[in-house]
Write a protein that binds this ligand. Structure first.
Ligand code: SAH
Length: 227
C-alpha cells in the first residue's frame, strides 16, 4: 500500500495555532468590549489558521488583518466579532447576506449563529478557497456565490441581516432595498482617507444610521474577476 505523504491538516492546531492561543485571542476580544457569549464561543471554536497561508500561521491569532493574496486581507478578529455581535443584537437572523466572502472567515463565524447565509465574492480564486474552507469545517448552511456583490442578491431578498466586508464610498441603494423590515446592515463606508463602520436599521421606508467605529477595509469594487 502506498503511504499517504500529504501532511494532514491540523484543524485543532498546535503551538502558535493551538486552542490555548485561541483562548488568549478571545480573552483579548472580551477586554476590548465584545460581550455576546455565543459570538465569543464561535470564535473560540473556529480555527482561523486554516484561512491563512501557512507562512503566516504565527499571525493567525493576533488581533490584526492578514494578507490572503490578490491585494485582499482576512479581517481583524475584533472587527469580525463587533460586526457579528451588532447584527445579532436584534436576535438570530434567519437569512443573511454577506458581500465580500474573501477566504470565508467572517462567513464561518456568522453561519452557526444564523439560519442561512448567502455570501458573494468577486475574485474567483478567493471564492474557491472559501468554498474549500467552509467544507473543511463542515459548514453547510452557506451558499457562496462568485460575482459582483455591489448590487446585492435580489433573488433571495429580503435579508434580516446584511454584512458588507469591503468599503463603498456610499451605501449602495440596492442593498438598502434588500433589507427586511426591522433588518440590520453593518457596512464600512468611505475612501482611503478614512471609513466609518455604520449600523443601518430599516423601519418601513425609514433607514436609521448609527456610527459604530472607525475602520479600514479594502474597497468595494465593481465587476467580477476570474484570473
Ligand atoms: N469577509 C472577509 C473579508 C475579506 S476582504 C473575511 O472574513 O476575512 C473583502 C473582500 O471583499 C475581498 O475578498 C474582495 O475581493 C471582496 N470584494 C470587494 N468588492 C466586492 C464586490 N463588489 N463583490 C463581491 N466581493 C467584493
Amino acid at each position: 500500500m502506498e503511504a499517504n505523504t500529504k501532511p494532514k491538516l491540523n484543524l485543532d492546531g498546535i503551538g502558535v495555532t493551538s486552542r490555548r492561543t485561541r483562548e488568549r485571542l478571545v480573552a483579548g476580544l472580551e477586554k476590548k468590549g465584545i460581550r455576546n457569549s455565543a459570538v465569543l464561543e464561535v470564535m473560540r471554536a473556529t480555527p482561523r489558521h486554516i484561512f491563512i497561508e501557512e507562512a503566516f500561521s504565527h499571525l493567525a491569532y493576533e488581533d490584526r488583518p492578514v494578507n490572503i493574496g490578490y491585494k485582499q486581507t482576512i479581517s481583524q478578529p475584533y472587527v469580525v466579532a463587533r460586526m457579528t455581535e451588532t447584527l445579532l443584537a436584534a436576535g438570530r437572523p434567519e437569512r443573511v447576506l454577506e458581500i465580500g466572502s474573501g477566504c470565508g472567515y467572517q462567513t464561518a463565524i456568522i453561519a452557526p449563529l444564523a439560519g442561512e447565509v448567502f455570501s458573494i465574492e468577486r475574485i474567483k480564486p478567493l471564492h474557491d478557497t472559501a468554498v474549500a474552507n467552509l467544507r473543511l469545517l463542515g459548514i453547510d448552511n452557506v451558499k457562496l456565490i462568485h460575482g459582483d456583490g455591489s448590487l446585492g442578491h435580489a433573488e433571495k431578498s429580503p435579508y434580516d441581516a446584511i454584512i458588507v466586508t469591503a468599503a463603498p464610498l456610499g451605501v449602495p441603494r440596492e442593498l438598502l432595498g434588500q433589507l427586511a423590515e426591522g433588518g440590520r446592515m453593518v457596512i464600512p463606508v468611505g475612501g482611503p482617507a478614512g471609513q466609518e463602520l455604520r449600523l443601518i436599521t430599516r423601519r418601513g421606508d425609514q433607514y436609521l444610521s448609527r456610527m459604530l467605529d472607525h475602520v479600514r477595509f479594502v474597497p468595494l469594487l465593481k465587476g467580477q474577476l476570474r484570473f
